[in-house]
Design a protein around this ligand. Structure first.
Ligand SMILES: Cc1cc2nc3c(=O)[nH]c(=O)nc-3n(C[C@H](O)[C@H](O)[C@H](O)COP(=O)(O)OP(=O)(O)OC[C@H]3O[C@@H](n4cnc5c(N)ncnc54)[C@H](O)[C@@H]3O)c2cc1C
Length: 388
């Protein structure tokens, strides 16, 4: 039976990477008492169901800066948090087979380089030298950055959870938040409490970090977070002989078929164009024919490899595939950090720092005002293009 404190300076709803990193950074900064409530186990939402890919190769400068910062943290995670995360810094390789994508990636690589990211455009032949399982059929070019890679999301969640507790934060798993009290008697609404299955917590500050479930949580405060759950599926193959340890995270950009080493096998995924929004967490077979078709074209030698495990998770999708980060003007004290549309794991370390700055009223180390939810009221959207 969970127990929650009766009062907290900040209540965080959601214990995925975003909530946990935020709890750690708030507690480490001495920004008052912090209580995080998670409805299931820490990381059990989308974070530990993810592919664990980490990168700075994006088309949007905010994502590049946040991702780049994340890479610096993942490189030193064991030293900083005393937790191994199995970081393989093998690079991300985007394979490109149409001229429009090549032009877009060329522009993104130039922007990334201007921010210190060592990404570069390479030829199909060089791409195959880096990732020998691929066929170069139809490829025009590729983009590669050696500092990207993949690591273990469970380790990252454990590292942040333990470090947050050491710094005095209270983290409660198996404890769904169920609603909130908002005092609307004055000119400006004020948060008064968050209700949970284990009791109510008096607070004037809430951070919504509920991933794919954020829309519902936002509705308790009378605000709209445009986040839709969309199932994505992953499988891990049986051992693949001759697999090179330094194989990059390889992405066939046009189909979104991707793979990276996972023990003696490969972890693979691909979006399903027929998938519809909803809280679907059970894997099925319907996406496999599309995956097999993409695989037989791009990695023909893998066609007969067996499946060892398969699972499904939720992307937390926004209309422009960019995250939502800020504080609601209409209900001060309600902050949000969600909607990272399939690349929130790698952004987690940076977001924990950004949220701590926003709560303290400081300038974050990256200007995230472009991720304010108010952007959807205008027509100045900049969709993230490098999505998988
Ligand atoms: C198949 C797949 C592959 C992916 N691959 C990658 C990748 O390679 N790289 C990458 O960066 N990202 C990847 N992602 C995306 C990544 O997993 C998410 O962007 C990231 O985990 C979001 O973190 P979060 O903390 O916002 O959400 P979550 O991890 O979902 O955490 C939110 C938490 O809130 C909890 N919650 C919800 N409602 C309540 C409530 N009422 N009370 C209490 N708790 C509540 C949930 O249980 C959940 O644990 C992938 C996702 C999927 C599904």
């Amino acid at each position: 039976m969970s127990v929650v404190p009766e009062q907290a300076d900040t209540v965080i709803i959601g214990g995925g990477v975003v909530g946990l990193a935020t709890a750690y950074h708030l507690a480490a900064a001495g920004a008052g008492s912090v209580v995080l409530v998670e409805k299931d186990a820490f990381g059990s939402g989308s974070t530990t169901r993810s592919a664990g890919g980490v990168r700075a190769q994006f088309s949007d400068e905010i994502n590049v800066r946040l991702g780049q910062h994340g890479l610096r943290v993942f490189e030193r995670f064991a030293e900083l948090f005393g937790q191994e995360i199995d970081f393989h810094q093998v690079g991300y390789l985007f394979l490109l087979d149409n001229p429009a994508d090549v032009a877009t990636f060329e522009a993104s690589v130039a922007m990334q380089n201007s921010l210190g990211v060592p990404s570069r455009m390479i030829s199909p032949a060089e791409a195959q030298r880096l990732s020998p399982l691929i066929s170069t059929d139809g490829l025009l070019a590729a983009a590669f950055s050696p500092e990207d890679g993949h690591c273990d999301p469970s380790g990252v969640c454990q590292g942040y959870a333990s470090a947050a507790r050491r710094r005095g934060a209270t983290l409660v798993s198996g404890c769904p938040a169920t609603g909130a009290d908002v005092d609307r008697s004055g000119t400006t609404p004020r948060v008064r409490a968050v209700h949970t299955r284990a009791g109510s917590i008096r607070t004037e500050r809430v951070i919504i970090a509920a991933g794919a479930w954020s829309k519902q949580v936002g509705s308790w405060f009378g605000v709209d977070l445009p986040v839709e759950p969309l199932r994505r599926q992953i499988l891990v193959t049986e051992p693949v002989s001759g697999l090179r340890g330094d194989t990059p995270m390889t992405i066939d950009f046009a189909t979104t078929f991707y793979f990276h080493n996972e023990g003696p096998g490969l972890l693979m995924g691909m979006s399903d164009p027929d998938e519809t929004p909803g809280f679907k967490l059970t894997p099925d077979q319907a996406w496999l024919p599309g995956l097999i078709e993409a695989m037989s074209r791009r990695t023909p030698s893998l066609e007969d490899v067996g499946i060892a495990t398969q699972w499904a998770g939720l992307y937390e999708v926004t209309p422009d595939a960019n995250g939502l980060v800020g504080q609601f003007e209409e209900v001060p004290g309600v902050f949000y950090c969600t909607g990272f549309s399939g690349h929130g794991f790698l952004l987690g370390p940076a977001l924990g720092e950004v949220m701590t700055s926003l709560v303290r009223g400081d300038e974050p180390f990256v200007d995230v005002s472009g991720f304010d939810v108010a952007r959807f009221a205008g027509d100045d959207l900049r969709p993230e293009i490098n999505i998988v």
